[in-house]
Design a protein around this ligand. Structure first.
Ligand SMILES: Cc1cc2nc3c(=O)[nH]c(=O)nc-3n(C[C@H](O)[C@H](O)[C@H](O)COP(=O)(O)OP(=O)(O)OC[C@H]3O[C@@H](n4cnc5c(N)ncnc54)[C@H](O)[C@@H]3O)c2cc1C
Length: 481
């Protein structure tokens, strides 16, 4: 029996609707047991102590695992008719509580819809939403292609979760973020209506579903543009001299003649946190991880040594690739290791200017002993929105004191000309990954007339009353500080 204590706004799936759901997806693929529901209602929101305290009590009333598109369609139709909130779940590695239901209802786990449908000779990959990102990369490489960018969680995360909840990753130093450069070519969506319709969004239109947390349609198919596969060597370079390592890393990151997929730079406190890499990172050494094309890696290693840096590990390219995968110590995996080593830490996401090192030191001077520096290098956008120069994203580990402290650091960063993508909010608009909110709101209006898709995550939703053309703020009041 379901013993979940209702939180404000909680919608219970009534017994007769549960019976219909069991008929639709099979009793084995309907979850009502409290412990399982708790797991299926959570993601990696606990990276943020702010989100942890706000979202801990939130969970679904029931969860389903559709095994075909027809089943998914029937589940959505039922949810519409019975006014059940629907929160789609992929690999649940999102950090912002994206797939935590705020209002109970149904979690729809798309993990069984996981086929890679096609990789074409001209570098297009088509997949079902629940396909794991690592499976996409493997399928692409078998045909001489590779993903343009993937998250460090590629083993667990699904392609639709990456599109609807992610932003950038390994490969972004060459290809930019997920939304850049036409990487997302096509997205197919189902609407939440009595008879769900399929919408096909091509090219720029497809970005309306990007980073929308599943609020404006349920993604059923994705087509991505690929890059020609390269042979990547992995390197660890370390030094006790932070500024010497920073200079070298910056030079490699900005050298367009060196094909690369990963450039990650972290202070010695991070180096000490990577227990499995201990034998390659001496005490007190800052660390850099690289994926460099094999044609350049020897020369880069030589250049590092010439500057007095230590090249402590070179992993030559293998197919399939062998552990350790250094990319799994970058991006938010670095934060994870740091949180394990230093409980009480959290993180921020800051977009730096060209003089990133000076900006970071200025920020740190205002918050002494609170920030540990970790940079990922990505290709930014120029004023016209095309790919621009390589920039640093600072993902500092922060010794957490209070929500006010985090807001103060973000505000101080702004004063220093540093952009922020706030990871301590579950609202689409406050995360700051993509300014195209108007397009997201209008798509929501088209796909979700009752406002049942992941309700509460889009702060502004379309009214269904009156002329139906206005927009109102629909903050879920129970989540307000
Ligand atoms: C250790 C760690 C490292 C990370 N590194 C990166 C990184 O390098 N780059 C990066 O961008 N992110 C990173 N993340 C965040 C996260 O892993 C990625 O965004 C990941 O791709 C999300 O995929 P998922 O399948 O786990 O999505 P989920 O967490 O399951 O879902 C994310 C959002 O997508 C929605 N969604 C899922 N499927 C659908 C669908 N079919 N239709 C509509 N909406 C849907 C969900 O409702 C939710 O709102 C990291 C997180 C962790 C914990």
């Amino acid at each position: 029996m379901n013993m979940i204590a209702p939180t404000p706004g909680f919608v219970t799936v009534p017994p007769d609707a549960l019976a219909t759901l069991a008929d639709l997806v099979g009793a084995d693929n309907l979850v009502t047991v409290e412990a399982e529901l708790e797991t299926l209602s959570k993601d990696c929101y606990w990276y943020s102590p702010v989100l942890k305290s706000r979202l801990d009590a939130r969970r679904a009333s029931a969860a389903v695992r559709p095994g075909s598109m027809a089943e998914l369609r029937s589940v959505l139709a039922l949810a519409y008719v019975r006014d059940l909130p629907v929160t789609v779940r992929g690999g649940a590695t999102g950090n912002y509580g994206q797939c935590i239901p705020l209002c109970g209802g149904l979690v729809v786990d798309i993990g069984r819809l996981d086929r890679v449908l096609e990789v074409t000779d001209d570098g297009l990959l088509t997949a079902e939403p629940g396909a794991r990102v690592i499976k996409l990369e493997q399928a692409a490489r078998e045909r001489g292609w590779e993903l343009r960018c993937y998250p460090s969680t590629w083993v667990k995360s699904t392609v639709s979760g990456f599109i609807a909840g992610g932003s950038a990753g390994i490969g972004s130093i060459t290809w930019g973020g997920l939304r850049d450069n036409g990487t997302i070519k096509r997205v197919k969506l189902l609407t939440l209506e009595a008879e769900p319709r399929e919408l096909v969004l091509e090219e720029a239109e497809a970005l309306r579903a990007f980073h929308a947390y599943g609020t404006n349609g349920v993604i059923t198919e994705i087509q991505l543009r690929l890059a020609p596969a390269r042979r990547w060597d992995q390197l660890i370079v370390t030094s006790p001299d932070w500024s010497a390592l920073t200079d070298f890393v910056t030079k490699v990151a900005r050298d367009d003649a060196v094909p690369k997929r990963l450039v990650s730079l972290q202070e010695a406190s991070f180096g000490a946190a990577f227990k499995p890499l201990k034998r390659w990172i001496a005490d007190g050494h800052a660390v850099a991880f690289f994926d460099l094309e094999e044609s350049c890696s020897a020369a880069m290693a030589e250049a590092a040594r010439a500057r007095g840096l230590t090249v402590s590990l070179t992993i030559p390219h293998h197919e399939p690739r062998r552990q350790p995968m250094l990319a799994e110590y970058g991006w938010n995996h670095a934060t994870l290791w740091m949180m394990k080593a230093r409980p009480g830490h959290t993180y921020l996401q800051l977009g730096m200017g060209r003089d990133f090192a000076a900006q970071a030191e200025a920020l740190r001077a205002r918050f002494p002993d609170q920030l540990h520096l970790h940079y990922e290098f990505v290709r930014g956008r120029n004023a016209a929105g095309a790919l621009g120069e390589v920039v640093a994203v600072l993902i500092p580990a922060v010794r957490f004191q209070s929500e006010e402290q985090l807001r103060a650091i973000i505000a101080a960063a702004g004063e220093l000309g540093i952009a922020s993508g706030d990871p301590h909010t579950c609202y689409v608009e406050d995360g700051g990954k993509d300014p195209g909110f108007e397009a997201k709101w209008t798509l929501k209006r088209e796909t979700d007339p009752k406002g049942l898709l992941n309700p509460g995550k889009l702060k502004a939703e379309w009214t269904v009353d009156g002329a139906g053309t206005g927009r109102r703020e629909v903050f879920p009041v129970f989540l307000r500080p």
